[in-house]
Design a protein around this ligand. Structure first.
Ligand code: ADP
Ligand code: MG
Length: 322
């Protein structure tokens, strides 16, 4: 019987699985995943038990294009179902890549992907306010109108670049599969969970779950996950090695450390944009202010290259309670 070791929740950013300029073939995605797993290996060597989350933006975009081009032959699927599908496809890539690495290292740690649902508030005002763009496709006004009437999509004009599909992005409240996740951790498993932010569900009056057509931010889901599990560390791996103030100004100030309260203050000043760095900082704050053992916990934002150094505070941005 295993006992739970130190737990780290690590969120893999978009560039961990797909790279700019690539078409995203399965070979490219597996190669990128192998490179990402090599950095995760350092955490295993440090004795951490891994809980891995990941984004799914490009993969959902690809699904939507496939769906649109076959609309006459195959009925379109709702977003929640597509989210579930990407938890499977991406989870499989990470799971098998990690298993193969473990096999070559002579270890028998189990690796498992959990199809994860995340409860949102049925009265969350964000549920009726679709603002999160999904898919990389830009449409003309005429194409957009057709999709709004025929497919029921919400579409918005995106800064003169064309029309994009937008979906609601509600606040994650609770991980439905948390108990099973904890038992798998207690059994010594590496767990891949809440991929793409999890499948958003509301709870009906009689207690049943019902999927909603929305997308939960994967960083916010990771923060909730880290808080709910009382994880020791929350790591968000992305394309920059550190967080900056005045990021877009041409002379950014790079931050090695900040407290959760400073982070909250910078958020309020608008230092971190909604669609990118904002949710990572919000997730860190949510985790550090809500977690049981606040004083000893930390959130780290960095890239794959600097993760090793960031674990001892020599690189990356570390956020702590105090
Ligand atoms: P991910 O897929 O990892 O979530 P995002 O593009 O959503 O990646 O968010 C990370 C990006 O946020 C960085 O690559 C950087 O370009 C951008 N960014 C915006 N504001 C900041 C900031 N203040 N400090 C650092 N990076 C920032
Ligand atoms: Mg992001």
């Amino acid at each position: 019987m295993h006992t739970r070791r130190k737990v780290v929740v690590v969120a893999l950013g978009g560039n961990s699985l797909t790279k700019k300029g690539q078409r995203g073939t399965i070979y490219e995605q597996f190669a990128n995943t192998r490179a990402s797993v090599r950095t995760l290996w350092h955490l295993i060597e440090l004795g951490y038990q891994l809980v891995i989350t990941h984004g799914n933006g490009p993969q959902v975009g690809d699904f939507l294009i496939q769906m649109e081009s076959a609309i006459a032959q195959v009925p379109p699927q709702p977003l929640g179902v597509i989210g579930a599908a990407t938890q499977g496809t991406i989870g499989y890539m990470i799971q098998q890549t990690l298993q193969n690495h473990l096999i070559l290292e002579g270890r028998d740690t189990p690796v498992v992907t959990i199809l994860t649902q995340v409860v949102v508030d049925r009265h969350d005002p964000l549920l009726v306010d679709p603002i999160k763009p999904i898919g990389a496709t830009f449409y003309t006004e005429e194409e957009a109108k057709k999709r709004m009437t025929e497919l029921g999509w919400s579409m918005k004009e995106d800064a003169g670049r064309g029309w994009r599909r937008v979906v609601p992005s509600p606040v994650p409240l609770e991980i439905v599969e948390l108990d099973v996740l904890e038992s798998l951790l207690n059994a010594g498993a590496i767990v891949i969970t809440a991929g793409g932010g999890g499948i958003p569900v509301i709870i009906e009056k009689d207690g049943r779950y019902e999927g909603v057509d929305a997308v939960i931010d994967k960083d916010l889901a990771s923060g909730l996950l880290a808080r709910s599990l009382d994880a020791d560390v929350l790591i968000m791996l992305t394309a920059v090695d550190r967080v900056a103030l005045d990021y877009a100004s041409g002379h950014p100030t790079w931050l090695d450390r900040m407290t959760a309260h400073e982070a909250k203050e910078y958020l309020a000043q608008g230092q971190f944009p909604q669609g990118s760095m904002g949710p990572k900082i919000e997730a860190s704050v949510e985790y550090l202010l809500g977690v049981r053992h606040k004083q000893t916990r930390k959130a780290i934002i960095t890239d794959h290259e600097h993760l090793r150094q960031a674990m001892t505070g020599k690189a990356g941005t570390t956020i702590t309670f105090q």
